[in-house]
Design a protein around this ligand. Structure first.
Ligand code: NAD
Length: 365
């Protein structure tokens, strides 16, 4: 048993958020018991739910415990009923506020596809079956944050401009995080890191490449390669299984991580993490609040359950508990249990609660 309690804040959020988080929570409670973990878990309203209660998507009563927490588990936020809220008070603003308040600069997006679900992909099953890659995207720098930025008249022509800027420290910390991630994924060795940039054209990428290469000297067991972003986009579609971990900047990562998620064709299956310097993290499914199916009890909770596994692995250092959850999910999929989003036509489906229960049964078995 760990000595001092680690603090987990759970933010169910909106739409299907509370339904899927309830199942994530049941699975977390099960591994707490089976692995003797010492966690303090509390829930707070966030997003639209917090706006309804407190008039703000990220009230201080939610932000303060998030600052104190070791890790945060989020369902999803947002929905059409909040479209009329003032822009600064929309649920999505709460999420941006949380990410920036906590300095969550490293966004991990695994794209994995269980062989049994390879028919869900738009690519040929043999190209994607067993796909297991992670894209690590720098989340708080680059062109989305650089200045100057704006639209102004130059020589009589309206001109829009942004600035892609990274300093060595920003590149260094995401590179370290990438190499550490490689080590955590493959402690036995054999990890491969591909750094994606545009160093043939951009000076900022030249510095990126130099810095990542320098950091690699500290990680002799990780094989580093570099790829230009245009080629990386092509290779992701041509032969995605050639990758293990990809590290890249904010803009390139935004595009590549969505493309990689679509390779799997199953939005209800994919977890994500956003981490700070010290490994504190926000863990959430990549999907949104799915207002079209909210309240129906049919949402797939596996992305949330797999987010719990990521939390155990990357923040809490409880790899065995993470392995137990991931292998339980694998057995549930192998046994043919399907929620509607991952079923092929004619296949019997289960709802949110039954899917969560199937994972609990697999954990117990
Ligand atoms: P969405 O991801 O919520 O839904 C897209 C489609 O996928 C819908 O048909 C939905 O039913 C389905 N889907 C999503 N998750 C599913 C699950 N677990 N099981 C089964 N089916 C699932 O995207 P959207 O409809 O574009 O956005 C809805 C709301 O969510 C918006 O308000 C948006 O701003 C918000 N959003 C929030 C987050 C977040 O909380 N991080 C991320 C994306 C979108």
């Amino acid at each position: 048993m760990s000595t001092s309690a680690r603090r987990i804040v759970v933010l169910p959020g909106d739409g299907i958020g509370p339904e899927i988080v309830a199942e994530g929570r049941r699975v977390l409670d099960a591994v707490v018991a089976s692995h003797g973990l010492n966690l303090e878990i509390e829930e707070h309203p966030f997003g639209g739910a917090a706006y309804d209660l407190h008039g703000h998507p990220l009230p201080e009563s939610t932000l303060a415990p998030c600052r104190e927490a070791d890790a945060i588990l989020l369902g999803a936020i947002g929905g059409p009923i909040y479209d009329k809220a003032p822009r600064d008070l929309r649920p999505e603003r709460g999420l941006l506020g949380l990410r920036s308040a906590l300095g969550l600069f490293a966004n991990l997006r695994p794209a994995m596809l269980y062989p049994e679900l390879s028919d869900a992909s738009s690519l040929k099953p043999e190209l994607v079956a067993g796909l297991d890659i992670v894209i690590l995207r720098e989340l708080t720098g680059g062109i989305y944050f650089g200045s100057p930025r704006g639209i102004e008249e130059r020589d009589g022509v309206r001109t829009g401009f942004n600035t892609m800027v990274y300093d060595e420290n920003e590149i260094h910390r995401i590179a370290v995080r990438a190499f550490e991630l490689c080590r955590a994924r493959r402690p036995e060795g054999g990890a491969r890191l591909c750094s994606v940039d545009k160093a043939n054209v951009l000076e900022v990428s030249e510095l990126w490449r130099e810095t990542v290469t320098r950091v690699s000297a500290d990680y002799p067991n990780v094989e580093l390669s570099h790829m230009y972003v245009d080629n990386a986009a092509m290779q992701l579609i041509r032969a995605p299984k050639q990758f293990d971990v990809i590290v890249t900047g904010n803009l390139f990562g935004d595009v590549l991580s969505d493309a990689a998620a679509m390779l799997t064709g199953s939005i209800g299956m994919l977890p994500s993490a956003s981490l700070d310097d010290a490994g504190k993290g926000l863990y959430e499914p990549i999907h949104g609040s799915a207002p079209d199916i909210a309240g129906k009890g049919i949402a797939n909770p596996l992305a949330t359950i797999l987010s719990v596994a990521m939390m155990l692995r990357y923040t809490l250092n409880e790899g065995a508990a993470a392995d137990a959850i991931e292998s339980a999910v694998q057995r549930v999929i192998s046994a043919g249990v399907r929620s509607a989003d991952i079923a092929v036509e004619g296949e019997a489906t289960v709802g949110t609660r039954a899917m969560g229960q199937a994972v609990l049964d697999a954990l117990a078995g």
